[in-house]
Ligand binder design. Sequence first.
Ligand code: ISL
Ligand code: CA
Length: 551
Amino acid sequence: MSDWWKNAIGYQIYPRSFKDSNGDGIGDIKGIIEKLPYLEWLGVDFIWLNPIYASPNFDNGYDISDFRAVQPEFGTMADFKELLKKAHEKNIRIIMDLVINHTSNQHPWFIEAAKSKESPYRDYYLWENATKEKMPNEWQSFFGGSTWTYHDLTEQAYFHVFAPEQPDLNWKNPQMRAEIKEMIQWWLDLGIDGFRLDAISHIQKAPWDFPISTNPWAPFMNVTGIEAYMTELKEIFDRYPIMTVGEASGVSSREAVDWTSEDGFLNMIFELEHNVRKGELGSERIDPLEMKKVLFRWQKDLDQKGWNALYVENHDNPRIVSILGDESEKSAKAIATMYILLKGTPFIYQGQEIGMTNYSFTSINQIDAKDTHHYYQTLLDQGYSSKQALKIATDWTRDHARTPMQWESDSSAGFSTGKPWMPINPNTKGLNVARQKESSASVLRYYRQLIQLRKTNSVFVEGSFDELLVDSPQVFAYLRTEKNRQVFVIVNMGAEEVTVKLPETMIAQVWQILIRNNESLMVKEQMQLEPFDAAAFETQLIEEKYKKEKQ
Ligand code: ISL
Ligand code: CA
């Protein structure tokens, strides 16, 4: 089936922090191979691997110096091939990160390009006349500071939407595109099962004199002209039975139809809108209502027209139970119920399935992420004390997601026999895979049950989406309907008790419980929900009624 990914559940692995097999403190490919039986037990269908390519590690693999080589600290190409083979034996597919908006400044193309204006590689990147004092324009990069870096030798500046160590490729250059496309085919011919396309909505840039008004990043967010490049990529992807998911910030839910419909550029995209932060600087949280509005708008705008990629965590964001839940097991289960049963392909980020929490950073030296260091310095420059700056800069740092995976209860978390590259969360003592595997009431077992449920019930793939209790600021409720079958999902995402009234038509139905995190939950006209209560129920609709509802 060419659209196997519709019925699949993905598991995201950040290799550095997953499992270290040789005691150097860094997770690696052999470590992933060791844990394949665990992933099989959990029931996931594919793995998305964060970059494992050769990289000077300025941005942990998102700065690639050789697209066709494996980062030595992760292993060898032979290790990768073994991983692919062993995963396939377990019916687990592997999709790779594809970072083609930029390369490392240590990539041979950039090294050559920087040698002179006449270099055949010069035009692979974006260079403009500039002086040390005056950059070509005022645009700001995602990681802080100008998007331009002045280059003394050739007296021009080059462009980067991320760090200066990550120069952007010039997509206008057909030769550059041809080399990228060859590289993509090379990986596909190796037998991988697809790609997650990094920062793909940024590959096209507006003219350099584009005036910035409100959104500082507008000149490189889904800019007109990107369609041509995406179409070229699609032509390759279409030749293989793979899945593609784009990280497409700035693509609206309406525009996402062009990206993810049957003849769209990709199979699905990650939106970056739903992480709506609210609260005081330094202790921000996700606002449940705002998040609900975004997620449900994407459900509606893509229903029957496109396909969603569903996620609540990844390697760039804090742990969801710390910013939306209350770090309890119950809240972890509530969040899982809320998003895994939506329409789309769900992704689970390593550790999310046991409810891993944020880390309390006590020093900026524990931080690896360059953007956090930059932010910390900016705050100090603005006059914040180092204590305040640390609190604010680490509140939402991506490093919360990068502390090692908690396999066991010992102080190394069963991650490594050496000194881990990132601190281990001390709560591994009680919060770990080994312990949760043994307990039938654990978050892990709940995730496993949800995964089974989703995979054995076509209503979750095919069923339409209808929102309920629209006005509730904290209750996420929806129906998934397929022919004569209907599922009702209800989750109280608040720390307060609440009573909701369900439509009469629903009360007349007989509902069977599919999953719940509180044994007393039943469908009733007045449903009383305790904090983080979550459940899904199923009913059979008689044909007549179904037809009437659809009219
Ligand atoms: O759009 C953005 C902010 O609103 C950016 O977030 C951007 O799309 C996103 O940060 C890109 O992230 C990805 O590319 C980065 C890398 O550091 C991240 O880890 C990766 O997920 C550069 O390759
Ligand atoms: Ca290692």
